[in-house]
Design a protein around this ligand. Structure first.
Ligand code: TEU
Length: 579
């Protein structure tokens, strides 16, 4: 049985500051806007807020490119505003965690500015600098052939000191050199203690398994001969010193702090590209003292090409059994050990779950939002919700221009690359395929302004929003749903209540998958001692046979107001219990 701790039973609500609420009409969401909506957030029944980066930043990667950890991006507000937010959350009984983005900084960070200023600057070694190589024709080439996340290579040439620097993400996001102890200590002070001392309750730790690189910097094997950059995650992910670094971070910093109500701090790491359960346990087993839990991205990879290379937005068909296999793998991975798990379908890096896993057609989008809420609310682990999920927000309309309306650096880079190879004729259909992939899975979809009401820009801003508001804000918005007992919002609140009331079974129970091969319904059982719950969810727009509940179980909840004893209606989901 799992030891009980607050953060296992808590539901977290992620806020993306740019897109939540603009209080001053400059088109950007801000901290005062979040403060205005604090009662709304608390009314959902969530226990903690995760705020995506609000630090000072040139916003090339929407704040995941930090230029000063100890300052707030001006349009978002001030350090004092964040202090007010910490207080306001605590006054409502909610905890607040911040994003910890420490694999890289922005190239505008003072550390990098110093580092790039000369080869003998004391901070030169805080980043990875390498001399060039030369090919047979004497042409300058980068130190390795690694492919970066946002398309292109991982090395950028710096004229000033005639060396390359490393970046796994955009060229304006140079990787910090964790091999350098002074650099690590500066990270702990500036990015962590500065905010912990102000009373935050923990961190969501960005890219947590990428701090240690294979520092001999070998070339990756050529898997794509048509490209000069190759997937190379084996050299920058889960590297040789990663566990040493995270243990040090925990020992020197995390373990020294408590939450505002004197409980253990919480840390949730972002652990991509670590598919094997055993490898994950090395990070989250309570005994190893690294992280409390990590996000696993298998679920968000449904429909994407292989991670770590150029096929992310090359849509790949998937079936419901694929999703079931993933859920089962992570639901059962913490059985019999002291690790923990995260449950989520949405975040700021993915298309909306209704559009990806359900249906965003007008007649089905509410039903699928509720079905997904129910299907995930009964799973073991800590539940993370992303802003707008609770009102069933959907992807941007398909007729929006990718070039004009999509703002994300990743989308734009993929789009440029796809149009280029199409023009060159090397892959004439790539442009069309990538367009389709972006329309479904681009990170932009989650970043549309929150739809508060039917006013201009969905009530998000009185100015011109940095990203266009969804065409459907009159149909999908929080204000209308607050008044409607049958809305997606009301259903989320109900599921959050039920999850608390039935936490033994939902949060801590063991998981058993039924009928893996059924491609229409997702059915599983949760068991805690003498208590059993049966969850059945219809992922199709057709009626489906309802699997017979065991013994004489009683209906706890259905996502539809009228239920049929033998059939699940389109996108209906139910829970039966026997206690
Ligand atoms: O994402 C880290 C990351 O590597 C991927 O899991 C993620 O899917 C990303 O979208 C790459 O396609 C984190 C942040 O969540 C993301 O917003 C940042 O862009 C990234 O780090 C760089 O800081």
């Amino acid at each position: 049985e799992h030891k009980r701790v607050w953060w296992k039973e808590a539901t977290f609500y992620q806020i993306y500051p740019a897109s939540f609420k603009d209080s001053d009409g400059d088109g950007w969401g801000d901290i005062p806007g979040i403060l205005e909506k604090i009662s709304y957030i608390a009314s959902l029944g969530v226990d903690a807020v995760w705020l995506s980066p609000m630090f000072d930043s040139p916003q090339v990667d929407m704040g995941y490119d930090v230029s000063n950890y100890e300052a707030v991006y001006k349009p978002y507000g001030t350090v004092q505003d964040v202090e007010k937010l910490i207080e306001a959350c605590h006054a409502k009984g909610m905890k607040l965690i911040l994003d910890l983005v420490i694999n890289h900084t922005s190239d505008q960070h003072a550390w990098f500015q110093e580092s790039r200023s000369s080869k003998d600057n004391p901070k030169r070694d805080w980043y990875f600098w390498k001399p060039p190589r030369f090919d047979e024709e004497g042409k300058r080439i980068p130190p390795t052939n690694w492919r970066s996340y946002f398309a292109g290579g991982t090395w950028t040439w710096d004229e000033h000191t005639q060396e390359y620097y490393l970046h796994l993400y955009d060229k304006t996001q140079p990787d910090l050199n964790w091999e350098n102890e002074e650099c690590r200590k500066a990270i702990y002070d500036s990015a962590m203690r500065f905010w912990l001392d102000k009373g935050i309750d923990g961190f969501r730790v960005d890219t947590v398994n990428k701090y240690s690189k294979v520092t001999s910097f070998p070339d990756a094997p050529v898997t794509d001969p048509s490209s000069d950059v190759q997937p190379a995650a084996q050299f920058w992910c889960n590297g040789p010193r990663i566990h040493e670094f995270i243990k040090e971070m925990n020992n020197d910093v995390f373990s020294k702090y408590r939450t505002y109500d004197s409980q253990p701090l919480v840390t949730v790491g972002e652990l991509s590209l670590t598919p094997e359960p055993e490898g994950v346990l090395e990070y989250v087993s309570a005994g190893v003292k690294e992280l409390d839990m990590v996000f696993q991205f298998d679920i968000t990879h449904l429909g994407q090409g292989p991670p770590g290379c150029d096929s992310k937005y090359d849509f790949a068909e998937w079936q419901l059994p694929d999703m079931k296999r993933i859920v089962k793998k992570w639901q059962t991975f913490i059985e019999g050990n002291d690790g923990w798990n995260c449950v989520f379908t949405d975040n700021h890096d993915n298309g909306r779950s209704v559009s990806r896993f359900g249906s965003d057609a007008p007649e089905y989008r509410e039903a699928s939002a509720k079905m997904l809420a129910l299907c995930f609310a009964a799973q073991t682990g800590t539940w993370f919700l992303y802003q707008g999920q609770e009102i069933g927000m959907i992807n941007a309309p398909k007729d929006w221009s990718i070039q004009e309306e999509y703002k994300d650096v990743e989308s734009q880079n993929y789009w440029l690359e796809a149009t280029r190879v199409s023009e060159q004729g090397t892959d004439p259909t790539r442009e069309e395929r990538i367009a389709k992939g972006l329309q479904l899975m681009a990170r932009d979809h989650a970043r549309l302004p929150f739809q508060w009401n039917s006013g201009a820009n969905g009530g998000f801003s009185t100015g011109t929003p940095w990203m266009r508001a969804h065409d459907l804000y009159e149909e999908i918005n929080a204000e209308a749903q607050e008044k409607d007992a049958n809305s997606v919002l009301s259903f989320y609140k109900r599921m959050l209540r039920l999850r608390k009331e039935h936490k033994d079974v939902f949060v801590y129970g063991s998981f058993e998958l039924l009928d893996l091969d059924n491609a229409d319904t997702f059915v599983y059982r949760k068991v805690y001692r003498q208590k059993t719950a049966l969850v059945a969810a219809n992922f199709t727009p057709l009626s489906q046979r309802l699997p017979r509940p065991d013994k004489d179980m009683k209906l706890l909840v259905s996502s539809h107001s009228k239920t049929d004893p033998d059939e699940l209606q389109p996108f209906e989901a139910r829970i039966y219990i026997d206690y």
